[in-house]
Design a protein around this ligand. Structure first.
Ligand code: MF3
Ligand code: CO
Ligand code: CO
Length: 267
């Protein structure tokens, strides 16, 4: 991993390219937000995302990525991540994570939000709140040259307060000209993450997946993508792309209309 350190540290002009890609991606998240309501069909949300991206001269990174068939991921209720948009219409009481990644001038911006569909259960509110807070606590826990494991420590501490599960098999990641690259960003502390540092100029995501029950995941063999909780209980996730700067982490995928740090999810 050490050999990779230099080329992962972006210089100022490259950081600006990432700022641009991520700010378009955030604008796209704000665009889709009003459509994520009861009755919305997930493949219709995908079509809107796809067309908005192309209309602005950019590319959806998910489409065709390792054969993924759509331009975003829509993960409903017990789906943890990589849900494929389809004929399902969102229902009152659902929670849905919409995960969008754009390629702008060759650079990737990647983010996701969990949306509450109408009035939801207390469990849904709590797991969504925990996922959101754990992302922001993790961001607040790091500075230049922090160990990657500080991220997992912050997330697991928050999940423990609720006795919720933190998914281990799917992780945050470095990104830039590539969608997924080093460093790997686990959401629980690991030995490997303890020996990797976040030097200025490194771009990466934090994207904790928090489960109401077990952390154990099941991959759907019929489509090869959809990841669900083993116990069928709810899962929530939020994701930001971040660049570590000399002065600390800078969130690149901040939205205008989405929840900001400190937000309280209510009905
Ligand atoms: N956007 C997801 C992430 O946060 C990856 C989706 S890959 C896809 O890393 F192929 F499923 F789209
Ligand atoms: Co990601
Ligand atoms: Co993503």
């Amino acid at each position: 991993m050490l050999h990779g350190r230099r080329h992962l540290q972006l210089v100022d002009s490259e950081r600006d390219s990432m700022r641009k890609a991520c700010s378009f991606n955030a604008q796209l998240m704000d665009f889709i937000r009003p459509y994520v309501i009861p009755g919305a069909v997930t493949e219709e949300l995908d079509r809107l995302i796809h067309e908005y991206t192309l209309d602005h001269g950019h590319k959806p990174a998910c489409l065709g990525y390792h054969g993924f068939p759509k331009s975003c991921c829509t993960s409903v209720n017990e789906v943890i991540c990589h849900g494929i948009p389809g004929s399902y219409a969102l229902q009152e009481g659902d929670i849905v994570n919409v995960d969008i990644t754009s390629i702008v001038d060759g650079w990737h911006g990647d983010q996701s939000e969990t949306f509450l569909i109408g009035k939801v259960s207390d469990d849904a509110l709590r797991v969504t709140q925990c996922a959101f807070d754990s992302l922001h606590l993790a961001i607040d826990a790091i500075k230049a040259e922090s160990r990657v494991s500080e991220i997992g420590h912050a997330i697991i501490a928050e999940a423990k307060k609720y006795d919720f599960g933190v998914v281990e098999e799917y992780v945050g990641h470095g990104l830039g000209r590539r969608f997924h690259q080093d460093p790997s960003i686990p959401h629980v502390p690991t030995g490997a993450a303890n020996s990797v540092k976040l030097y200025p100029g490194i771009c990466f995501t934090i994207e904790p997946m928090i489960n109401l029950g077990t952390k154990i995941t099941v991959l759907d063999n019929s489509d090869g993508w959809t990841v669900r909780t083993k116990d069928g209980k709810l899962s929530a996730q939020f994701e930001h792309t971040i660049v570590m700067t000399e002065d600390g982490p800078e969130i690149l995928t901040d939205t205008k209309d989405g929840p900001q740090k400190g937000h309280k999810f209510t009905n």
